[in-house]
Ligand binder design. Structure first.
Ligand code: AHR
Length: 514
């Protein structure tokens, strides 16, 4: 028997399980037109638990962790490697309680704020507008500021825009200069409130649409670049009436994006442990993650009715897995570990976004450090990268590349009477002509063989990377921070435009061809 076949057989029987399904992925290379916006790969950092304070920001006087202006150097370095395109701040629910003027000027003189959404802790406002925007410059990422329309006034938000964006002489730009920053930061992305249907004010969609019109009107484009990208607070999961109302009532010239929030979990009121979950809980979480496909399709269809040219983006500015907090941690801090289940959520969700790139042009994983489906966890001077980090890093090849439509015929991932597609995929062609295919097998019991029809005969495999682990519930801990990390998948061959590979159970693979 040929050496390669023997190798594959060995992998199949002894390493990755004994049950093999057959799936097919067909690439429409000739139809690659739409760009996958890099902004789909955005992140979210809220004043919540240990995300900002003690996660990203340790303070200028900290002597135990290396930092730049109080921001951890190790976190900066790790985030830079993800090429994060945008970062949403300061919330979330916190945004509609946040008064930005309390976070500027000498730190010792800043008033405090009680973070009543998240743990009831008193914050000293030492991480404010300058700190965040300067950090974005360090990261090479675009800031996405979420404005307060729940408890803040129109003038307050209008002033914030002027403070950060106006180059000329004005009360707010003078104040900015007094605080040590001459040139404006030119912030493009602005959220007009957050979850207005809930923590942002418990509003009805009609009321929010009116309020949106008013606030958006006074958020002037101070540098006249035509560049303000205003994002309306979007629907909670499947509240299609919310999207319909906003699309109907908000004039197109006032809005560039409409948001959507959806978290993957077992059950909203019974979220279960982040690490000790049953097989049933795993299946339910995958079902919830796959639901993103339906949500994006249905919200997009409503948007299509009012905006057939797709000028308005669907912005999924909160997504990720949400479980119970780790034992012994503050329930309001939403600190959770991150296993291979989270890698599956990330892989499937990003494939959904890529495949809907025409309408989904921005998204934000919740949240960056120490909160929910974090890419980074910190503990004193230690830091680790989660499996989710590695998926984001592997998938960064799709940023601003041309989407290649894929036809996926997947075997089923079966649990009891229920089933889901086991294999998810997306593909793109970058500016240098490199073709990337990302594949996920969410089945935790079966390897799945995938036959890929590349649609071109001239392609050669340049690299194949895989993220897998021996156990689904594995995670990177502070004692074993590198247990899960990408490795090279060897011995794959392309034969006249055809490539076959075996995806181990609960694995993510990214192929590069040119
Ligand atoms: O990401 C955590 C919280 O989830 C956000 O603050 C809120 O917008 C959402 O409900």
């Amino acid at each position: 028997m040929h050496k390669l076949s023997l190798f594959l057989l060995f992998q199949f029987f002894f390493c990755w399980g004994i049950s093999l399904g057959q799936s097919k992925v067909t690439l429409g290379v000739d139809s690659a037109e739409v760009i996958i916006s890099k902004h789909i790969y955005g992140h979210f950092a809220e004043h919540l638990g240990r995300c900002i304070y003690d996660g990203i920001y340790v303070g200028e006087d900290n002597k135990t962790v290396a930092h730049t202006n109080g921001v951890r150097n190790d976190v900066i370095e790790a985030l830079k490697k993800l090429n994060i395109p945008n970062l949403r701040w300061p919330g979330g629910c916190f945004a509609d309680t946040y008064h930005w003027k309390d976070g500027i000027g000498p730190k010792a003189e800043r008033p405090s704020i009680v973070n009543n959404w998240w743990g009831g802790v008193t914050e000293d406002n030492s991480f404010g507008t300058h700190d965040f925007l300067n950090m974005c410059e360090l990261l090479g990422t675009e800031p996405y500021l979420a404005g307060n329309i729940g408890s803040g006034e129109v003038q307050e938000l209008a002033d914030w825009v002027q403070y950060v964006n106006f180059d000329g002489k004005s009360p707010m730009s003078d104040l900015r200069r007094e605080n040590g920053r001459d040139k404006p930061w030119k912030v493009k992305f602005w959220g007009v409130g957050n979850e207005a249907w809930g923590c942002g004010g418990n509003m009805l969609p009609e009321y929010y649409a009116d309020l949106y019109r008013k606030y958006a009107t006074f958020m002037a484009d101070w540098d006249n670049s035509g560049g303000l990208f205003r994002i309306a607070s979007g629907a909670n999961v499947d509240d299609y009436n919310w999207t319909e109302t906003l699309m109907k009532k908000i004039p197109k010239n006032l809005v560039s994006g409409v948001a959507l929030h959806h978290y993957a979990n077992v059950q909203w009121n019974k979220k279960g442990s982040a690490t000790k979950y049953s097989d049933e809980e795993y299946f339910k979480t995958m079902k919830s993650a796959w639901r993103m496909e339906e949500l994006v399709a249905k919200h997009s269809a409503i948007m299509d009715k009012y905006d057939p040219q797709k000028r308005i983006a669907l912005v999924v500015d909160e997504w990720g897995g949400w479980y119970e907090v780790e034992e012994g941690t503050n329930p309001g801090f939403l600190y959770q570990q991150n296993t291979m289940r989270d890698a599956m959520i990330a892989g499937v969700t990003l494939n959904v976004f890529n495949n809907h790139a025409e309408r989904v042009r921005m998204a934000n994983l919740a949240q960056t450090v120490n909160v929910l489906q974090a890419v980074i966890l910190t503990e004193k001077d230690r830091m680790l990268l989660t499996p989710t980090y590695h998926v984001m890093e592997m998938y960064k090849v799709h940023q601003d590349a041309k989407l290649i439509p894929v036809k996926i015929e997947s075997v089923d991932f079966v649990y009891g009477e229920e089933k889901l597609p086991a294999v998810s995929s997306s593909a793109s062609l970058d500016k240098e002509g490199k073709l990337h295919i990302s594949l996920v097998n969410i089945d935790d019991t079966k390897s799945n063989k995938v036959d890929i029809d590349l649609g071109r005969k001239d392609l050669k495999l340049a690299q194949a990377r895989i993220l897998r682990s021996d156990n689904l519930r594995d995670y990177n801990s502070f004692d074993k921070p590198d247990l899960i990390q990408p490795s090279i998948l060897k011995d794959l061959e392309v034969n006249s435009g055809q490539l076959s590979l075996t995806l181990p159970p609960f694995s993510v693979v990214v192929l590069e061809l040119n």
